[in-house]
Design a protein around this ligand. Structure first.
Ligand code: FAD
Length: 457
């Protein structure tokens, strides 16, 4: 690195530059997944668009690869680049709601909780994911499934425009009418095309309180519960976007002591309407067997958005895989039941996300998130504490994905994926991959942004 250029970068910034010898370096390179140990050459904490432009120009002149850190939540640590330059947007988290147009402007480092806090002050919500400290950027740029997905689609489906600093260090706007090719690509294939400094979203009036189902059944009932869940979802209204999960009840409050540590198959999710409408609509999900524990009830949307935050702490060991299922027939259910019964850690979960509704209003070829016609998305989330258990936990997720292959569309979801295999790119983008690569070559011909392999290298 040219020291003079580095000094010039540092003195011009409103933010700060952190390099390996600096006191804050280890903290600055820590991401959510405790197994990630990448060592970037420098981390530029940006306070605004001007800082981002300078950082991009410096990286280009120094021939350094770049990654962008939004919330730093991706399971493979894609926010960091080994030996390269990290553009860290964590100081850029402002959110502005426009009540008249029901739109929201959020900076590239904002977290889900930032957007929820500002929108809920006015009874609005942007369809985002389930955990409040996930970054809106990584989530939206690769898709974004949440509790409102079947009613309003993915987060990326609700993007109206984005401000992007390109590999040339130019600020451009991407929308349906400006740089439309880039806008198309950002909505699901948006990593490594540029730095999105600001997102503009559509927001919706949601019920301030919703009925939230959280019912658990003994894990031995997995087959019958999943079969009943599937029957319910076949005719469920779009207001219902629950998930099914095979997991273990934590040994802590607010769970009653008699069920601590018990494995279960459960259903969780809200109904986007006043609770008086949601409760009867979701009742069948509470009668799929004899519950171990039923904690369903009305709760504020802001609470729903934070409900499972504590179960996914920063620094734990994580390894995730995923697959889209064509359907949830008997054979797929039988495989899921087997996989759920073999979880090597009580923290590990097997998640079944019904899609359909607004998710499949968009056709696969029209979106960079492939597999819009899949009926279910499966998350194989290995979560554990002890490094000695790494091999068993990684194997469970990988073997589970392989075992589900006969039932899969062949696709997986970038946001739930370990990125070490190059086929992840093709599996995530489906029929849109060739067009995505064209956009990448147009906006980043020299592959400056390279947080993931397999797109053009
Ligand atoms: C506990 C937990 C819960 C989750 N729940 C859900 C869920 O409910 N639904 C769902 O769909 N997903 C969920 N995810 C997955 C989540 O969507 C991804 O991890 C997502 O990539 C995180 O976004 P981030 O900004 O924190 O990512 P980061 O790790 O910061 O970055 C991920 C990728 O995005 C790029 N990037 C980040 N910011 C920008 C930017 N501003 N401009 C350009 N590129 C950028 C990075 O270079 C990197 O390639 C969850 C993840 C966790 C850890």
């Amino acid at each position: 690195m040219d020291q003079q250029a580095l000094t010039s970068l540092t003195s011009g910034l409103r933010g700060e530059v952190i390099t390996p010898g600096d006191e804050g370096y280890d903290e600055a390179r820590r991401v959510w997944n405790g197994t990630v140990a990448k060592r970037p050459a420098l981390i530029v904490k940006c306070s605004g668009v001007a800082d981002v432009i300078d950082a991009v120009k410096f990286a280009k002149a120094s021939d350094l690869g770049v990654s962008v850190r939004g919330g730093g939540h991706h399971v493979a640590g894609a926010a960091l680049i080994e030996g390269g330059l990290v553009i860290d947007l964590s100081p850029m988290r402002s959110v502005r709601v426009d009540l008249e147009s029901r739109t929201v402007r959020a900076e590239g480092g904002a977290l889900l909780g930032d957007v929820d806090r500002e929108t809920q002050a006015f009874g609005l919500a942007v369809p985002l994911g389930l955990f409040s400290d996930t970054g809106i950027a990584g989530l939206t740029l690769a898709g974004g499934y949440g509790w409102l997905r079947r009613k309003y689609g993915l987060s990326c489906d609700n993007l109206i425009s984005a401000d992007v600093v390109t590999a040339e260090g130019r600020l451009v706007k991407a929308s349906a009418t400006e740089n439309a090719d880039l806008f198309w690509a950002l909505r699901g294939g948006g990593w490594d095309l540029g730095v999105v400094t600001s997102f503009e979203f559509r927001a919706y009036l949601v019920s301030a309180e919703m009925f939230f189902v959280f019912v658990t059944y003994p894990v031995a009932d997995t087959r019958s519960v999943l079969a009943g869940f599937h029957r319910f979802m076949e005719t469920a209204p779009r207001e219902a976007s629950p998930i099914a999960v095979v997991w273990t009840l934590p040994a802590s409050e607010p769970y009653p002591e008699e069920v601590w540590g018990q494995s279960f198959v459960g259903i969780a999710g809200p109904y986007d309407a006043p609770p008086s409408e949601g409760e009867p609509a979701m009742q069948p999900l509470r009668e799929l067997g004899t519950p171990l524990l039923d904690m369903s009830g009305a709760m504020p949307y802001t609470m729903i958005q934070r409900l499972f935050d504590e179960e996914y702490p920063k620094g734990r060991r994580y390894y995730w895989k995923s697959t889209y299922l064509r359907d949830l027939d008997e054979a797929a259910i039988s495989e899921l039941s087997k996989i759920g019964g073999q979880r090597p850690s009580p923290l590990t979960s097997l998640d079944v996300w019904p899609l359909g509704g607004a998710v499949s209003d968009v056709r696969s070829g029209d979106s960079v998130v492939g597999h819009r016609d899949a009926k279910y998305l499966i998350g194989l989330e290995s979560n554990w504490e002890d490094a000695a258990q790494d091999a068993a936990n990684i194997a469970w997720a990988r073997d589970g994905q392989a075992a589900l292959a006969p039932h899969s569309t062949g696709g997986s979801y970038l946001n739930f994926e370990d990125l070490s295999e190059t086929n992840v790119v093709a599996a995530s983008h489906g029929p849109s991959l060739a067009r995505l690569i064209e956009v990448k070559r147009k906006y980043d011909a020299n592959n400056l942004f390279r947080s993931r392999r397999g797109l053009v290298d």
